[in-house]
Design a binder for this molecule. Structure first.
Ligand code: AP5
Ligand code: MG
Length: 227
């Protein structure tokens, strides 16, 4: 099964991804994570993406599309399902995603949308702290999910840091981009009857339960992927 988890910056896409991947045997593909890794490694892609990401703007479709297509061909070729997080972010990307999956002999089965009032996003985004150790998944929030020791990862003991785009000013731009470019692309999936809408302004566990139930219902449990 292949799913998209869709929502505003800070809506909880990354937080919910691990449980969904475990439940439905999908691999988490986050374009934001891939781009941040490219920036860290100083690749050509990273150099082109860095300033745009810091400003909260979208990286050009052809750059992101290239890494997404490669991932799809590789993972679907190995018989794996994919959870797309942060992709697509506009209508052209949604169509490109379908084209890549068709090329690989697969398709999107469900698009889960995390709905919430943007007012709650400031604390979520500005309070987020991430582990600095490459490969560590430690993710905390000083308001909602504090680490045991301030500034230190519970999982590996490395220092925590904020993302460069996690500030109020950049969040405004990220939200504007989401509203003007990303949200309208949902119409494309609505027409295909793939949408699941979940209230994301709730406890992490409640959002997770709603997502799991919604995806199971949408998939219909008739493909052996979500029994
Ligand atoms: P990306 O990394 O995808 O960022 P985003 O979409 O802005 O989303 P976030 O990762 O900030 O939020 P999230 O929904 O994952 O929330 P999280 O679970 O961490 O993209 C970054 C940039 O890369 C883009 O701006 C763009 O420049 C570029 N880019 C990426 N993809 C692209 C594409 N396809 N095309 C072009 N450019 C692209 O949660 C946030 C915080 O809230 C955490 O601290 C968490 O602990 C807390 N939290 C989560 N759920 C709850 C809850 N239920 N209750 C309380 N706190 C909660
Ligand atoms: Mg994320």
């Amino acid at each position: 099964m292949n799913c998209v988890i869709f929502g505003a910056p800070g809506s909880g896409k990354g937080t919910q991804a691990a449980a969904l991947c475990e439940a439905f045997q999908m691999v988490h593909v986050s374009t934001g994570d891939m781009l941040r890794e490219a920036v860290r490694n100083g690749t050509e892609l990273g150099k082109k993406a860095q300033a745009l990401m810091a400003d909260g703007k979208l990286v050009p479709d052809e750059l992101v599309g290239g890494i997404v297509r490669e991932k799809i061909l590789n993972l679907v070729g190995q018989g794996k399902g994919i959870l797309f997080d942060g992709y697509p972010r506009n209508l052209d990307q949604a169509k490109f995603l379908d084209a890549c999956l068709t090329e690989a002999g697969s398709q999107i089965d469900a698009v889960a949308v995390l709905d919430l009032d943007p007012a709650v996003l400031v604390k979520r985004i500005c309070g987020r702290r991430l582990c600095t150790k490459p490969g560590c998944t430690g993710a905390f929030n000083i308001h909602f999910m504090p680490s045991k020791q301030e500034g230190v990862c519970d999982l590996c003991g490395s220092p925590l840091q904020q993302r460069k785009d996690d500030n109020e000013e950049t969040l405004k731009e990220r939200l504007a981009v989401y509203n003007s470019q990303s949200l309208p692309s949902l119409e494309y999936y609505d027409q295909k009857d793939l949408l699941i809408r979940v209230n994301a302004d709730d406890k992490v566990e409640s959002v997770r339960a709603a997502l799991l139930g919604g995806i199971r219902a949408k998939c219909g449990c008739n493909k052996g992927c979500c029994a």
